[in-house]
Design a protein around this ligand. Structure first.
Ligand code: GLY
Length: 364
């Protein structure tokens, strides 16, 4: 449900709001007061140093002005640090700051900070509240909404985690002005994903040259539109299937192959959005070969991906390793690999009958 720039994520228990508003990052304390945060509540903000240097001073000042007892905990950025060691470091800070069952964590940063802070909140004292303040496009449109929290295991990405919904999400498009261009572009991969899986109008909006120019020049009106459209789709899907028993899996379009690429090339070589762009290309081609998708649609998808500066060509990876990683993926059910394949623009379905040869040919 959308009210201006507020999207409600409607859940059986504990529905929450996502508020999208330029400048909101400096008013989080006021927002928390509005949703019932009481005086002296203890808050631990988790962030990486680069993001913290930009935003935490004003954030803490505003929290303190609202009588909230806030402190910052720095973690190292990067997928390679999204692990149990970093999670432990957050627990130590939580203990030192005296976080109790009424305390709150704030995730200030991108998807890695959000996922790991969410898992810390899901597990500290058997679960406390947390707030998402995403500062990358990717975390705004995807990972900050929906309650998936996780850290990586050497055997695979996000293998250790929990479903734990945030109490609220505050999205400030102004923060994209400090985001490195490569990361902004990587975030566009998730926006394109929403176009392909559910939103033909968004797909067509993204194809338009004028709109692309405005988005890439960080025009707030255009950013808010694509963020809002993306989150609206995500909120609807999460509301239908919070714990990914079925339909939520479509949010993983392009992700099975994307995870293989991230894992086998070494986390950090490709950004998540770059890897899923290549994954969407493979999924699109498979769908064409299976007669599910028109060749014209796959060309439009490829052109759209490329027009935002994202890659479609899979790097050199050995075939034998690919199957191993795919079988270890969380999307495997009862030993069967499941693939999200497009059947229209704005429409995908889940398939189990994809022969290995159809995708192994993309690898060496
Ligand atoms: N990023 C996929 C999901 O939240 O389900």
């Amino acid at each position: 449900m959308v009210i201006k720039n507020k999207i409600v994520v409607p859940l059986k228990n504990d529905s929450y709001d996502v508020i999208i508003s330029p400048g909101i990052i400096n008013k989080i304390g006021n927002e928390l007061k509005k949703i019932g945060f009481k005086k002296n509540k203890k808050i631990l903000i988790v962030s990486n140093k680069e993001i913290s240097d930009l935003y935490s001073k004003k954030l803490i000042k505003n929290l303190k002005e609202n009588n909230l007892d806030a402190r910052i905990c720095h973690i190292k950025a990067g997928e390679a640090n999204k692990n149990l060691t970093t999670l432990n470091a957050i627990y130590k800070e939580a203990f030192d700051h005296g976080l109790d069952r009424n305390s709150t964590l704030i995730a200030l940063g991108g998807g890695i900070v959000g996922d790991i802070t969410g898992l810390a909140a899901a597990t500290w004292l058997r679960g406390i509240e947390y707030i998402q303040v995403p500062t990358t496009l990717l975390s705004m449109v995807d990972s900050s909404v929906g309650g998936k929290t996780a850290v990586n295991h050497p055997k695979g990405k996000n293998l250790i985690g929990a479903f734990h919904q945030p109490k609220a999400v505050f999205v400030d498009p102004e923060t994209l002005k400090t985001l490195p261009k490569r990361e902004l572009i990587a975030g566009m991969a998730e926006v394109i994903k929403y176009g392909v899986i559910k939103d033909k109008m968004l797909f067509e909006f993204l194809e338009n040259d004028h709109n692309r120019d405005k988005i890439m020049k960080l025009d707030n009106e255009y950013l808010i539109k694509i963020i809002k459209d993306s989150i609206r789709t995500k909120a609807n899907i999460v509301s239908d299937d919070e714990k990914e028993k079925g339909i939520r899996a479509i949010l993983n379009y392009g992700h099975s192959f994307g995870h293989v690429i991230e894992n086998l090339c070494g986390y950090g070589k490709y950004l998540h959005g770059e890897a899923i762009s290549m994954g969407m290309k493979i999924a699109g081609d498979i769908a064409v070969e299976k007669g599910l998708w028109l060749k014209d649609y796959s060309l439009r998808q490829d052109n759209l991906i490329k027009s935002y500066g994202l890659p479609t060509k899979t790097p050199k990876i050995k075939k034998d390793k690919v199957l191993n990683i795919l079988m270890g993926d969380k999307k495997v059910r009862n030993g069967k690999m499941r693939f999200i394949l497009p059947i229209g623009i704005g429409n995908v379905d889940i398939y189990e009958d994809v022969e290995d040869s159809l995708f192994l040919k993309y690898f060496d």
